[in-house]
Design a protein around this ligand. Structure first.
Ligand code: SAM
Length: 270
């Protein structure tokens, strides 16, 4: 059946109809009419969506690369550009064994950490966040897969002994400036702590760059998602690494990849 008129784009109404009926697209095609319960559920979902709630929060899950994660207003909704970050990082790292250390700083839903564990099952994967509410949901998404969840302010979440041993440091940090314009649905519905870095937008990026060199091992990688105007700044900040900026699916420069050369460095003497 076609969705009844709702005021929503048809593809959204279809997804909500699937949610209300528990049917997939093919099953929906064979359906003649909704039961009263399905109809009530559908109308409830439509009302929430028309009030501005993101579709993904209503559905409760989002596919991300090879995995699916639960999402709700405690966490940012994982975006397609972050799947490109994941893909690029997987290609760069190539292989992993049980000595490989992967750290996802600011994990939110845990999408990056979980999809990296999926790509490298033997690796030791750590998912960190400062926000206890986000971490509670991340735990639900990643702990069963064997990802370790740690709370703390950026690198403070990590055991000190991990310094110099990280093979892949990945992050999609907050990188929006406080005054930047965002769609109302994003600004009002997704967690501010996941979006805004400070007055300039690069504050968290700067803090990651200040420490990344000491945590990533020689021959390791850093992969960071950045705002589309931040490529030059990111290249400047991560000058200790051999860097390249990749584009997202829309052709915008959004992914900083840095390789840490094989020579080691003693803190304070660079
Ligand atoms: C843009 S979201 C990214 C979430 C997830 N990695 C993704 O790509 O969907 C940024 C995340 O960083 C977390 N965060 C913000 N400031 C942080 C800090 N100082 N230390 C650790 N995590 C932080 C936020 O709570 C949020 O979950």
């Amino acid at each position: 059946m076609k969705p009844p008129p709702t005021g929503l784009p048809e593809h959204e109404a279809r997804r909500l109809l699937q949610l209300a009926t528990g049917l997939d697209a093919a099953g929906l095609g064979l359906l003649d009419a909704l039961t009263p319960e399905q109809s009530t559920r559908f109308e409830g979902y439509v009302d929430r969506r028309l009030a501005g709630e993101p579709l993904q929060y209503i559905e409760g899950t989002v596919p991300f690369g090879p995995v699916e994660v639960k999402v709700d207003p405690r966490v940012l909704i994982p975006r397609p550009e972050t799947e490109v970050l994941w893909e690029r990082a997987v290609c760069a790292l190539g292989t992993a064994d049980d000595s490989t250390v992967i750290v996802d700083l600011g994990t939110g839903s845990g999408a990056l950490a979980l999809s990296l564990k999926h790509a490298f099952p033997a690796a030791r994967v750590y998912a960190t966040d400062i926000d206890p509410d986000a971490l509670a949901l991340a735990r639900e998404n990643v702990e069963q897969a064997g990802v370790s969840v740690l709370r703390g302010d950026l690198f403070d979440a990590l055991p000190f002994g991990m310094r110099g041993h990280v093979d892949l440091l990945i992050s999609n940090p907050p990188y929006v400036a406080e005054a930047d314009e965002l769609p109302a649905e994003v600004r009002e519905r997704e967690p501010a702590r996941a979006l805004f870095a400070g007055p300039n937008g690069d504050e968290i990026l700067v803090r990651i760059a200040q420490q990344a060199f000491y945590w990533v091992k020689p021959g390791g990688w850093v992969f960071i998602e950045i705002g589309e105007t931040q490529a030059d700044r990111a290249l400047e900040l991560f000058a200790d690494f051999q860097c390249v900026v990749y584009q997202d699916l829309a052709g915008r420069p959004r992914i900083l990849a840095g390789y840490r050369g094989e020579t080691s460095c003693v803190e304070g003497t660079r």
